[in-house]
Design a protein around this ligand. Sequence first.
Ligand code: FEO
Length: 396
Amino acid sequence: MAKQITEHVSWVGKVDWELTRFHGDEYSTHRGSSYNSYLVRDEKVALIDTVWQPYDREFVSRLKQEIDLKAIDYIVMNHNEIDHSGALPELMREIPDTPIYCTKKGEAIIRGHYHQDWNFVNVKTGDTLPLGKHSLTFVEMTMLHWPDSMLSYFDGDGGIVFSNDAFGQHFATESLYNDKVVEADLMYEAEKYYANILNLYSPLVTKKIQQILAMNLSIAMICPSHGVIWKDNPTQIVEKYLAWADAYQENQVTIVYDTMWQSTRKMAEAIADGIREAQPDTTVKVLNITHDDKNDVITEIWRSKAVLVGSPTINYGHSFAIAGLLEMMKGLKLKKKKAASFGSYGWSGDAVKQLTAKLQEAGFEVVNDGIAKLWMPDEQNLDDCKAYGREFAQSL
Ligand code: FEO
């Protein structure tokens, strides 16, 4: 069912309650997601974005219940990753000549995915599309988070920002608005989304938000392409983004490890004890990368001022799961975070050196050479780990 959100704007997207994995298996979606599409009706009608391909027929059929498709004058594609452009082929079968407004890169991406010669109109920052009494203005959001990304601003109804992925959350809800859901759940999903998808583009986030703020736009709502619409104090999420983009950290240390026979786990817990002794006000989280969700672990690391990564030595290397986590940590370009490594071993003991090198390569400020213990740690070894935790805390 379509949902009217303002005089001129209706939500016509799809809430995906069943989604558990996004971007293949790269991102966990514990609370599902939504693919938000909007109809803007003035003297002319614009459809903003579509939905993911598995819901293409459902989307088009529900859209037909809301409007005669031939009454859609323009399609605006703010971003053309498959979760938003996936229903275009089904829609364009019905209205093949309708112009598609998108960036030049957007056209290239649509052509690259669907191999169709549709009626593309390329737009740039500052271009406007008059709809009657009101207009849409486009702002390129290059690399936030794809080369084609853009934002559309509607100057009716107090000002509506259609921001696509920016300010989104993977969060299924029928309630639609930010003040109609549990705030802690919403903010966790917004943080997880920023940490895992947008953090590496933080310098661009700051620059782009400053550019948009300088436009002095009136903003009644921010309508992203996933999750809730920011209606109650809508710019709160913009302020959050500015804070998150500025090497965000809380007074938290995250210890993440893998373990084969519990030796590295015991080391992790002893190190945590040492940190708590030295810094009782610091939140310390101890996470097992094979039990805890990788994207939740990344969110905890993103919140932290420091991280300790532990792995046993296996096959003269380190664990498969820790290797994957370190690859994610490197890709997200986390800034101003201290780090060190630890792990147990039986003979060669290569893991700690490898973890230290990978943490440095990932841009962390490594504060020492790490700690390694042979076989199962005894009381003395655990005391050493506790002392190591105290020293680590003192170096922060
Ligand atoms: Fe929600 Fe980048 O697609």
